[in-house]
Ligand binder design. Sequence first.
Ligand SMILES: Cc1cc2nc3c(=O)[nH]c(=O)nc-3n(C[C@H](O)[C@H](O)[C@H](O)COP(=O)(O)O)c2cc1C
Length: 473
Amino acid sequence: MASITIRNLDPEIKEALRKRAAHNGRSMEEEARHYFAQMAAPLAPLPETPVAASVTVSDPSSQTLAGKRICLIIGGGIAAYKCLDLIRRLRERGASVRPVMTNAATEFVTELSVGAIANDIVFSELFDREAEHDVGHIRLSREADLIVVAPATADLMGKMSHGLANDLASTVLMATDKPVLIAPAMNPKMWDHPATRRNRKTLQDDGIHFIGPRAGEMAESGEAGYGRMAEPLEIVSAIEQLLDDRPKPLAGKKIIMTSGPTHEPIDPVRYIANRSSGKQGYAIASALADLGADVYLVSGPTNLSRPHGVNVVDVETAREMHDAVHQLLPADAAIFVAAVADYRAASEADEKIKKEKGGINAIALTENPDILASIGNHKTKRPHLVIGFAAETQDLIKHGASKLKRKGADYIVANDVSPDTGIGGNTGVMGGDRNRVTLITKKKNDAWPEMSKKQVAQELAALVARQLVTTKV
Ligand SMILES: Cc1cc2nc3c(=O)[nH]c(=O)nc-3n(C[C@H](O)[C@H](O)[C@H](O)COP(=O)(O)O)c2cc1C
């Protein structure tokens, strides 16, 4: 059997492998082994329905669904058991849930447990004398803000796409004038069947919203592929998005952002980095997306989940971040929150630098491109609004004001990241959940009180909206 030596690979391939390895926290050899193992695995068919790219899990205490009424239709599939968790998560966020179960669904979970968790009556019969004295199926279909079908069986999807209404669930779906979200769940062969494919297409054309399915192991042993129902928190996230009726003043505005640290490689396993967590930048990206902006977040390596509704471009080094930002131009605004390394190693060792007697005297450094200055002073494609962050440990205002001028920014958001501010407890501002910032412009400095990073993000997003909406761009 042939063997491959990493040292003998083409330089470009070696470079690509190094980046993947660093990104995944593996050695180059491990990465290569992992890559070949993946190549040898059987190919999974691609889903034809759009699936959500990312999930941001909302905090239940934020009551994102307060006062919303959801009619949850539970179909007869194995994933029906997940509905108990889904109902709990929806109620935690302030929604009321009115369950409708198909007859098949009652074979998988009991009406008793669904009703107890929903704290409501479970509806399952179309010809129910009690419920139908005021045409209950029409009421169920109209009083909700949203109808959710989870799990959506192949059978229910077939009925929906053909306009059949021969039980309570399908009749409610036919009678409704509200948006409908379905979370399909079925065996991969059923999902891939030509009939289901046709039904999927019809339902998409009819404006039905989909979440999932996901790829993975099935309950049936030995079966894998697309067909797993999306997890309850993913479904919650999709529901939150569909029911979000807040004003969208930034709709149609493109905003480029950077966030997180950069990693500047020294050798295949070591890099220069900083303590930035990316939390402040991610919160701003999320707040801007909530106001309807089309946000492109160029992110250095972080452990954060991707903000919902934000386009994330992953990079590692300052040079990659610089190139990604420039490729994304033009834009209405650009906000630079990333803690970009000012310097990188002048040359990167091909192999891990070995410990030697006497040690290493020095690592030669060279300057990285200045991303904020390159955009703030851009001759032809400068966005209408350019905001930079300045993390300082001393002379906050002086350094911030000088940065504003040198880099051609409209605002500098300066924050003191020294541990002695007492903000953020043990972790400090970098890595913590709180921040205290001063907004520096040519005319004045505005010191904001200490607040959560989420609040800073919302205030800043509101400021961006005022700037972009009141000024003609
Ligand atoms: C053990 C078992 C598991 C099933 N799992 C699913 C499933 O995950 N998805 C699906 O579409 N059908 C599944 N079925 C088939 C449905 O239960 C069947 O098509 C039923 O008529 C669906 O009814 P409904 O759409 O009214 O809920 C399963 C059947 C059995 C016996």
